[in-house]
Design a protein. Structure first.
Length: 123
């Protein structure tokens, strides 16, 4: 085998570095599943490793409390599913606002903007 010329060696090294960095940054974090009684707790992650969503499944459908988080860890939604349908009051945080949305069988029945003071309870 012939030794590589300096220019070919640079290209080879650059290709190797790009390949390795592509593999490192392209890794998706697999969700975690945990059986809790008759429910399966699911935790999904952002690429940065922080929690994206956490909630439960029952018989293959979303069921029970679910929470969603931004990449910085701030909570962006909190609510309840009943056999795959959004139900009850859901909270949605967006920058400096908090909205309360009431659902019945996944249909919006009311929307209420809450005062900024309610944001203190975000996390």
């Amino acid at each position: 085998m012939k030794p590589l010329k300096p220019q070919a060696m640079k290209k080879h090294m650059l290709l190797t570095v790009l390949l390795i960095s592509g593999v490192i940054f392209a890794q998706n974090i697999e969700p975690e599943y945990e059986i809790q009684g008759n429910l399966v707790k699911a935790t999904y992650f952002h690429d940065n490793g922080k929690v994206k969503q956490v909630g439960f499944y029952k018989d293959g459908k979303v069921h029970g409390k679910w929470a969603s988080f931004a990449e910085n860890g701030a909570k962006i939604s909190l609510g309840t599913f009943n056999n795959g349908e959004k139900t009850g009051k859901w909270l949605f945080w967006n920058d400096m606002t908090l909205n309360e949305v009431s659902y019945n069988d996944s249909r919006v029945v009311a929307v209420r903007k809450l005062p900024n003071e309610a944001l203190v309870q975000r996390n």
